[in-house]
Design a protein around this ligand. Sequence first.
Ligand SMILES: *Cc1c(COP(=O)(O)O)cnc(C)c1O
Length: 399
Amino acid sequence: MSDDEPRPGPSTVAVHGGEPRVRPDRSLTTPVVHASAYPFESTAELREYMEGRRERPAEYGRYGNPTVERAEAKLAALEGGEAAVLMASGMAAITTTLLAMLKQGQHLVLTRDAYRKTRVLARQVLARYGVAVDIVEPTAQAVIEAMRDDTRVVLTEAPTNPYLRVLDLGAVVAEARRRRIKTIIDATFATPVNMRPLEHGVDLVIHSATKYLGGHNDLLAGVVVGRAPIVEAIREHLGITGAVLDPHNAYLLLRGLKTLALRVRQQNASAARLAELLAEHPAVARVWYPLHPSHPDHEVARRYLAGGGGVVSFELHGGLAAGTRLVDALQIPKLAPSLGGVESLVEQPALMSFYELSPAEREAIGIAEGLVRLSVGIEEPDDLEADLRRALDAVARPG
Ligand SMILES: *Cc1c(COP(=O)(O)O)cnc(C)c1O
């Protein structure tokens, strides 16, 4: 497509992006190729590939798969990136990327409000291999102040988990570029429907495709998107770590991706409505939703996000116990970790993701005891609102 043609919108890219107009087998959908190895015609053909006279095809399942490649092409198109590499989970993507980009003696900056296992990877695993780590407040200023001469990578989330903080990416990227530091955004919560970090100059976007991209709570996957040389360097490391995506899951992901924009826009609208209800309800002490005026990053969020996403976090008067009463009173959202799928899910981070920590440790990393995280699904908005209102009223009633 030439530059003066309008760029197709997210729904068009979600359905058609990365797909050939007509496939060799003419099927409308992507065939699932279950193969661990791919034979060559002859030694002469093999030599042509090995000597670089022809582009090398997949030869072994750990180095590539045609179904996975189609899903990668669609994800690259959705993020506006040159290349994408899919892996077996979001954590596989984060681990493989950081192993590929960091070495002993280098420094990593991570934001405090972050996926739990990302922080564990940095603090407990990378630190053992001689990578220095600083975990700072999720603000552009704190991230920039933490940059040192030996800093190689800055990793943050957009929006962050669970407080949905939104950093001024432009400011972070400008300073990182000046210092030749690579910036990586885990944009699992935003999705390319709400934000495309590569357009803000970020080097790599990572997703847990387990969440919105897959969208149906039926698969685990992770993806890294960016410029081809850096993505291919990470793919080389995937050949070593071996955390490849199964072709069947790649098919489920492709299928889920086609409705990504439909789902996310619905989830944006429903979550914004529930955030409004929560903000006004007497049982609620505080709401965290990036596009709600009460959020500390509201102004930045309005600049960077096309929608606030499907996750709303909040604290009730009455802390942990009140949160538990609410969670147990809700009839539509199920009590489960994860987020981003068609089913609404709810959890109390103090009782699930951060359970092993003491209240003091949770406080040190900023997880309030009474915090509730609601991931809004695609159920009827009226039903979701009525269910939440009824549960909040029950918690607010004394006795
Ligand atoms: C879930 C999640 C991950 C980890 O992804 P998996 O697919 O579960 O390995 C990483 N980052 C964020 C923001 C997540 O929500």
